[in-house]
Design a binder for this molecule. Structure first.
Ligand code: GDP
Length: 140
């Protein structure tokens, strides 16, 4: 494997505006390889499990509703320091605070509808990847 892996979701605000290719271009130009990718409609159960750590947060219901409001693209990204690199490529959670040229600065609509998810640690990346992909789906 060339480097490490992270898990990515292109969120419903992105797929709804036909931005999959535009965001993938930013990912690839940022030095990560898309080694697995699938477009899915998340169920409420999948979204609740995926964002389980946020279950007590006031925006949890809104987040689950948003993530199931349309198709998402789940991805595995690979490269050197993939987790940290993808968080740099995505930019801050709130697009108003996201650095120039980041996915969220370029495309996000609000702190909730912020176009992309990326894992926050290698440990969570492995758990998140396993929720949506088997090893046979990932071709580096
Ligand atoms: P991330 O790691 O940058 O995605 O940020 P967090 O782990 O803090 O939050 C997870 C996701 O919850 C974010 O990407 C947003 O989609 C959503 N979120 C975070 N804060 C808020 C908020 O204040 N309001 C709403 N509606 N959604 C939020």
């Amino acid at each position: 494997m060339a480097g490490t892996r992270t898990f990515s979701i292109l969120k419903p605000d992105a797929t709804q505006r036909n931005l999959t290719g535009a965001i993938n271009k930013v990912i690839e130009e940022g030095g990560l390889r898309i080694v697995a990718q699938r477009r899915i409609q998340m169920t409420q159960g999948q979204a609740e499990r995926f964002y389980g750590v946020h279950a007590e947060r006031p925006f949890f219901g809104e987040l689950v509703e948003f993530m199931t409001s349309g198709p998402v693209v789940v991805q595995v990204l690979e490269g050197e320091n993939a987790v940290a690199r993808y968080r740099d490529i995505m930019g801050a959670t709130n697009p108003a605070e996201a650095a120039e040229g980041t996915i969220r600065q370029l495309f996000a609509q609000s702190i909730g509808e912020n176009s992309a998810h990326g894992s926050d640690s290698d440990e969570n990346a492995a758990l998140e990847i396993a929720q949506f992909f088997s090893e046979a789906d990932i071709v580096g």
